[in-house]
Design a protein around this ligand. Structure first.
Ligand SMILES: *Cc1c(COP(=O)(O)O)cnc(C)c1O
Length: 232
């Protein structure tokens, strides 16, 4: 299958999922996850109209940023170490993976230095898996309030990486909980906090995620094919 055909399939599935849920399809944005994939493939997706790309490593995002058109919105979706923040604050359109106050403080500091405001999502570890990054649900409100108080940073919503499952229905409860967390946070009316975005759903489960309220889905394999981690 070509990138073009894959994109058509994904977009068609997105449309149908939004329809099933009675949602406006325009409220769901596809992020093409291009990690490990060469710039030629990104260029191909770009030429087919994609402007949102997701990377999980700072160095790879920075390298690709320099080689590709300036109107691409680069989403940092992978774990971010505090010592790498300075390389990314002026390049990431949205940082999805803020999982601690410490990291947020570093982002705030580097953004302030450059007179920028950085848009972030707070990553939530809904499933509680040890191997996953993210704030635990019981600390979410407190963490949101602390980060919201920092200068030069705006919280725009929440992100989660759901477990790998064979049947996507198994993640429906997790996606529904994410929606509930955004409602709970909105009710607190915290300054500098909006819940405009919920980033959830990957190749295996993006349709269920859309049905449960995702506004960003992050799809790699279903667009670009399987990843070869030795390559980039
Ligand atoms: C790799 C990755 C994706 C995309 O995964 P696919 O299963 O290839 O669609 C989505 N989100 C995050 C955080 C990732 O690291």
């Amino acid at each position: 299958m070509s990138i073009k055909e894959n994109l058509q399939t994904v977009k068609n599935n997105m449309l149908k999922a939004a329809e099933r849920a009675g949602r406006n399809p325009e409220d769901v944005t596809l992020i093409a996850v291009s990690k490990t994939k060469p710039v030629e493939m990104i260029r191909e997706a770009y030429d087919l109209g994609i402007r949102d790309f997701g990377e999980n490593k700072v160095q790879e995002l920075v390298d690709k940023y320099d080689m590709l058109p300036g109107d691409i919105r680069w989403h940092l979706i992978g774990h971010l170490q505090t010592n790498k923040v300075k390389y990314i604050v002026d390049k990431a359109y949205l940082i999805h993976s803020v999982d601690s106050v410490k990291l947020a403080k570093e982002i705030s500091k580097e953004a302030s230095k450059r007179s920028l405001t950085v848009n972030i999502l707070i990553e939530v570890n809904v499933s509680g898996e040890e191997s996953k990054f993210g704030v635990s649900p019981d600390k979410l409100l407190e963490t949101t309030e602390e980060i919201a108080a920092l200068p030069a940073i705006n919280i725009k919503g929440l992100m989660t990486v759901a477990p790998y499952v064979v049947d996507s229905e198994q993640n429906r409860g997790i996606f529904a909980q994410m929606m509930k967390f955004t409602v709970d946070i909105m009710q607190k009316n915290i300054d500098n906090v909006s819940m405009d975005f919920i980033s959830m759903g990957m190749s295996g489960d993006y349709e269920v995620a859309i049905e449960e309220g995702a506004t960003y889905i992050r799809v790699g394999t279903s667009i670009f094919g399987e990843r070869n981690y030795n390559k980039f």
